[in-house]
Design a protein around this ligand. Sequence first.
Ligand SMILES: NC(=O)c1ccc[n+]([C@@H]2O[C@H](COP(=O)([O-])OP(=O)(O)OC[C@H]3O[C@@H](n4cnc5c(N)ncnc54)[C@H](O)[C@@H]3O)[C@@H](O)[C@H]2O)c1
Length: 249
Amino acid sequence: MKPLHDKVVIVTGAAHGIGRGIAEAVAAAGARIVLADLDEATGQEAVRSFVNEGREALFFGGDLTDEETCGALIKKTVADFGRIDGLVNNVGAFPRGTLEETTGEFFDRVMAINLKPALFCCKHTIPVMKSNGGGAIVNIGSGNAYGGSPNLLAYSISKGGLLTLTRNLAHAYALENIRINLLNPGWVLTEKELEVQVAEGRDQAQLEERAKHRMLGRFQTPEDAGQTTVFLLSDAASQVTSQVVNLGG
Ligand SMILES: NC(=O)c1ccc[n+]([C@@H]2O[C@H](COP(=O)([O-])OP(=O)(O)OC[C@H]3O[C@@H](n4cnc5c(N)ncnc54)[C@H](O)[C@@H]3O)[C@@H](O)[C@H]2O)c1
């Protein structure tokens, strides 16, 4: 039997990049899946391709920094699929900014995107998981949480916050059979990451050269994050909670 057979899983930020790869892996592992994203057109197109492959999938569009929108996502999932077994909080953004460049408006925006969707999706999902008898949550963090690059100050602080959110909630809901872990992907050259790198003056060829010097000799892919997420959501990880899983490659 597939590892997520018949489980209902929400993936946020699932239209592009790592979230899209996680959604594909989770759907291939047998889950019924809800893809949530701000980008309606690409998200709907992703759902159509999943459905064409025989998966059960639906799209929810909206800005997940808004608590009401997170509540509506959870309500729609329960209305359509009846339960929630897994939640992957992947929405995030990594705009560059040193201390000198960090304004109040910039800081608030980075905190909002990187923390509020996870906070509010957990807040509205956990009561549903409690009534189901349990569930699993995977938050997508970053190695920048442990200090981070000087030009990623606000981002690094926000990912540190996500680490704390993960551990706090994992302890609060462990006895409700709700497991919560943080997955730190390595360097994934998503479209957005490539855009940021090009804006900083590096081209694809230079980046490919740098990737060769990484420990496993390549960039990671969204699928790499997807496979580890499937494990963390599955019953095979039933004793794994409050952990940080680093994809160190
Ligand atoms: N790319 C990397 O190398 C890397 C490394 C470590 C961690 N991460 C983390 O992985 C996650 C995904 O990164 P990515 O490179 O795939 O980024 P991405 O920009 O390709 O994807 C982010 C997705 O989130 C959606 N989104 C953004 N704001 C939203 C909002 N307010 N409401 C709903 N949806 C929203 C976007 O439309 C997009 O589909 C982020 O949390 C990022 O911090 C990325």
